[in-house]
Design a binder for this molecule. Structure first.
Ligand code: CP
Length: 317
């Protein structure tokens, strides 16, 4: 079946999901992102690669990190950036998603960055735009959040250098998490030999093993000797009914504390996509501690998003 995010030359046309995204393209994105960072990995260059292009940020769901870092990334690439405020747009008057996008295309949008509560929204838009317009999925329902996963891969490679020798644990609300799904596809594609998921049964999708992960319900077992700890946010807004006894109970069994982290390797890194619920998913002493690389993830996200946008803009027609 044709991959909807690749063009006829096998190049990236849209970035919709890490599922089925070739390893060579993922590595190209990570390598390209590295060129936008200084040697220390914290200063980001301004380059003219998207000069004259218009990037439209269309966020139907709230965001701090993704929307802002896409805006910074587009500006560092010298693009013109338009942030559509959905709350005050004509969507609130009943305009359809496609009519909104069609009108933005008439304003000469070259690229859309889309976040939507409905899984498949970015794919839907990608199917309806002209061939010279690109769509980046900035998170759709519980389905995919590919740039989050790619910035996570960049962060892991920055600190651990290789993927082939790692044991990685993903902890928390896997069931509702687009981040977890995109991370699992990216980690397995890049050759991580052991990906674990640690969660209560109520927060795991059925048949999650089919994604190539090892399932644990106990942090004490699951955290042993891991190199990378990927925490997830409890997606309360996507939970129908009570899947957990209480936040306190959740923290007791699945919150990351110093004591539990001591079960991982002594040089393990701790990551979280944000926003964090301190004292529920993660203790503040861990979130702000020596193993945490959570704020580096945010900075690297700018470079990774620059890499994705410049790759899309530079592809053959
Ligand atoms: N990680 C992430 O998607 O954060 P935001 O919701 O703030 O964009």
């Amino acid at each position: 079946m044709k991959n909807p995010q690749l063009n006829k030359h096998g190049e990236l046309q849209h970035l919709l999901t890490t599922e089925g995204l070739p390893a060579a393209i993922m590595r190209d994105i990570l390598d390209r992102a590295a060129t936008f960072l200084d040697a220390g990995g914290h200063e980001i260059k301004k380059v003219p690669l998207l000069h004259g292009k218009s990037v439209f940020n269309v966020f139907f769901e709230n965001s701090t990190r993704t929307r802002t870092t896409f805006e910074i990334a587009a500006k560092r690439l010298s693009a013109d950036v338009v942030n559509l405020n959905i709350g005050s747009s004509s969507t609130s008057k009943g305009e359809t998603l496609l009519d909104t996008v069609g009108n933005l295309c008439a304003m000469h949008a070259d690229m859309f960055v889309v976040r939507h509560a409905q899984s498949g929204a970015a794919h839907f838009i990608a199917r309806h735009v002209a061939p010279d317009v690109h769509v980046i999925n900035a998170g759709d329902g519980r389905h995919a959040h590919p740039t989050q996963a790619l910035l996570d891969m960049f962060t892991i490679r920055h600190y651990k250098k290789e993927f082939h020798n790692l044991r990685v644990a993903i902890i928390g609300d896997v069931l509702h998490s687009r981040v977890a799904r995109s991370q699992i596809h990216a980690l397995t594609t890049l050759g991580v030999p052991e990906v674990r998921v640690i969660a209560p049964k109520t927060l795991l999708p059925t048949m999650v093993e089919n994604l190539g992960v090892h399932v644990y319900h106990d942090m004490v077992q699951g955290l042993r000797e891991v190199d990378v700890v990927l925490m997830l946010r409890l997606q309360n807004e996507r939970m129908a009914g009570a899947l957990l006894p209480s936040a306190q109970e959740y923290f007791k069994y699945y919150g990351l504390t110093q004591e539990k982290l001591a079960l991982a390797k002594s040089d393990a890194i701790v990551m979280h996509p944000g926003p964090m619920n301190r004292g529920i998913e993660i203790d503040s002493s861990v979130a702000d501690g020596a193993h945490s690389v959570i704020l580096s993830q945010v900075t690297f996200g700018i470079a990774v998003r620059m890499a994705v946008m410049s790759m899309l803009a530079g592809k053959a027609q």
